[in-house]
Structure formats: C-alpha cells, structure tokens
Design a protein around this ligand. Structure first.
Ligand SMILES: Nc1nc2c(ncn2[C@@H]2O[C@H](COP(=O)(O)OP(=O)(O)OP(=O)(O)O)[C@@H](O)[C@H]2O)c(=O)[nH]1
Ligand SMILES: [Mg+2]
Length: 299
C-alpha cells in the first residue's frame, strides 16, 4: 500500500472529490468524526482564503492544521522524564491484555536508570507466574530493583509492600506493572480501583502518573478503553505501543481531543531502547508519509 501523501498528491488538483477522499482517510484512520470535521473545516477555509488549487499544497496546509491542533492541545503535557519534584514518583501502567505494559515498563526503567535515578519496579501482575518472571527479566536488563510476590497473591498487597519499601529506602521512581484486563470486566476494573486506593493510603497525591498503554493498531475501541479505565484510576497520559508497525495511530487525535489525554511514550519495537518521545510534528508527518496499513480493521 502507498502512503496517504502519495494518494493525495496524485489527484493533482483541489476539488470536492479530494476533500471527500481526505475525509475518508481521516475517518478510516480513527481520527474521529468530531476531529475530522474540525480539520476539514479549517482546510476548506485555508483553501478558500489562500486560493489553493494544487493538491500537494493542500496537503502541506492539512499537515500544518493537524500539527497546530495537537500542539495547542498538548500544551500542558509535562515531560515524562523530567526530574520529579517529589520522591518517590509513582507511575502505574494499565491497559487491556497484551498492549505492551510490561515491555514499556522495562524501557522506561532503563531510561530513568540511565539518568541516574534509583528505580523500583513492582510486579503488580500477580495472575500468572510467567508475568512475574517476565517483568523480573526486564528489571534485570534495566538493572533496577524489583518487588515481587507469589503468583495469585493480591496485587494491592505487593503494591503496598513495594511502595512502603520505596519510601523507606529512598527510591526516586516506582513503576507498577498491572495485569492486562478488559475494560468491560467490572470485577477487574474494581480491582484497579482498589490498587488506586492502596497507593493513596501511602501517598495521597499518588499515583503521579497513570499511563494507559494502547496498541497503535487499536481503533475506536481505544476510546471506551480510556473512558472505562479512567473511571477506576484517573489517567494522566498514554503510551502508544507497536508504532514501529504500519499502524499510524490516528486514534491519538481522537483521544487527545476528546479525553485530553496526551501521548507521553511511543513504543517502537521490542528492545530496551525502542522508546521514543512523542513529537507532534513527527507524528503528523508520519501520519501522511508512513506506509498505509493493509489491515484497517484491527479492532
Ligand atoms: N513491535 C513492537 N512490539 C511490542 C512493543 N511493545 C510491546 N511489544 C510486544 O508485544 C507483546 C506483548 O507485550 P507485553 O509487554 O507482554 O504486553 P502486556 O501489556 O504486559 O501484556 P499482558 O500483561 O499480558 O496484558 C510482546 O511480544 C512485546 O514484545 C512495541 O513497541 N513494538
Ligand atoms: Mg504484562
């Protein structure tokens, strides 16, 4: 499949068909109806005011409009890796099954450790022995400490122990892994609420970050994921994973606009270093110039 940019440029001139094609592209990429309307409205206005007749020029304006929208909406997103003012800084990772929570924690731990921070991982996914092993391997790779419990023990208990120990031993950063859970399963969502309350018992203003980990191939379902998770634990941002594939992650425009959730982390592979900071300008460029996904209905 070609790139969006190529498809648009190929049309040559600006006409109603081109605008319809752009609209379709945005909707298919999960940008969302509201966001698509805003973008197209602005594009029509620019085309009129600037008297744009060339499709390629229209694309440049379109890229600009989207960058501008995101830049403004992203204004107050603090840098995820900035040195926190408090200690320990508690970050919890949540999300549906298999999105990349554990892997992202490994990468984040490594990055903080490289900055010279004292990092503690809490293995809060106690459902499977394999999950505890997996996060322990990441802790080892990143060369950071880990607190773990027996499989099947209460995640809140290990989290309580972990944070207590982080306070006692002067850790800077605490990264909490949680089990993957479907946002529609009430019991599991309640458990997440309990985890949140447990953290607050020790540090009332924590967690300082609650990151929803979303697979970049996720479509509209990401909206209901975010809404439901946010009910149990107040979300502060997103990690968009598997962005190294063909997925363009158009859902981000939607999530940012409707839920005010900024992307704080971008996963670009399975390795410890495959983590990028989210940069609006690059993201929008890639949106148009990245090869298109052949499988559009991933969720
Ligand atoms: N290509 C690619 N693969 C990734 C990325 N992040 C995670 N993965 C892979 O996705 C799979 C699932 O990753 P995990 O970190 O185990 O996901 P999880 O959310 O912890 O899964 P559960 O705990 O089972 O819910 C693994 O095979 C990872 O290597 C990424 O950014 N790019
Ligand atoms: Mg996991």
């Amino acid at each position: 499949m070609g790139k969006i940019a190529e498809a648009v440029s190929l049309r040559g001139k600006v006409d109603e068909e081109l605008l319809e094609e752009i609209e379709e592209i945005l909707l298919k990429s999960d940008t969302g109806v509201e966001m698509t309307d805003i973008i197209l409205g602005r594009l029509r206005e620019e085309i009129r005011i600037e008297r744009i007749t060339d499709a390629e020029i229209a694309l440049i304006f379109l890229t600009d409009i989207m960058q501008d929208l995101l830049v403004r909406e992203d204004m107050d997103a603090p840098d995820f890796f900035a040195t926190p003012e408090h200690k320990p800084h508690i970050v919890v990772f949540v999300g549906v099954n298999g999105t990349g929570k554990t892997t992202t924690i490994g990468k984040v731990a490594y990055k903080f450790a490289q900055q010279g921070k004292k990092v503690l991982i809490i293995a809060g996914d106690t459902f499977r022995a394999a999950a505890i092993e997996q996060i322990a391997i990441w802790a080892n790779r990143a060369d950071v400490a880990i607190v773990r419990a027996q499989p099947d023990s209460d995640p809140s208990a290990v989290i309580y122990d972990g944070i207590s120990s982080a306070i006692a031993k002067g850790y800077d950063i605490v990264l909490i892994d949680t089990a993957g859970r479907q946002h529609t399963k009430e019991k599991l969502m309640k458990e997440l609420g309990k985890i949140d309350r447990t953290i607050k018992k020790l540090i009332p203003e924590a967690p300082h970050e609650a990151i929803l980990v979303v697979d970049a191939t996720t479509g509209q379902n990401a909206i209901s994921q975010a809404l439901n998770f946010d009910k149990s634990i107040h979300l502060t941002g997103l990690a968009l994973t598997k962005y190294d594939g063909t997925a363009k992650g158009g859902i981000m425009f939607n999530l940012r606009h409707n839920l005010k959730l900024p992307v704080k982390l971008l996963g670009v592979g399975e390795g410890i270093d495959d983590l990028m900071r989210f940069r609006i300008v690059d993201f929008v460029k890639a949106f148009f110039y990245k090869d298109q996904d052949t499988d559009e209905e991933n969720s």
